[in-house]
Design a protein around this ligand. Sequence first.
Ligand code: FES
Length: 106
Amino acid sequence: MGQITFVEHDDTKHVVEFEAGSSLMQVAVDNAIPGIDGDCGGECACGTCHVILSHEWFSKLGAPADNEEQMLSMTPERASSSRLGCQVIVTDEMDGVTVHLPEFQM
Ligand code: FES
C-alpha cells in the first residue's frame, strides 16, 4: 500500500492510495482520475492511459516493450518519459511517486 499523486495538465493534484500489483491505469480508473480512460482494459491497444513519469522513475522502470512503444509513437504530447499507465505495474517502492497527465489522450 502506498500513495501516488496524479497531476493534471492544469496542475490539479489527486493523491490516491494504491495496492502493489495494480497498474497505474487501474489505480487511476479506480479513483476516477480525469483523463485516464483505459478504454481497452489494459491491453496496450488504445493509448488512453498515457502518463508522464519523472525521468528518475522512467529510468528505473526500464524501456517500454515494442508494443507499448508503437502505441506511444502515436500518442499526442508524448514526452521523453512517457509510458502507458496500463503497462506500469506499481510496487511498494513507488510510494510517494508523482505522475503527470497530458492535456489530451488518444
Ligand atoms: Fe489501453 Fe493502456 S488502457 S493502452
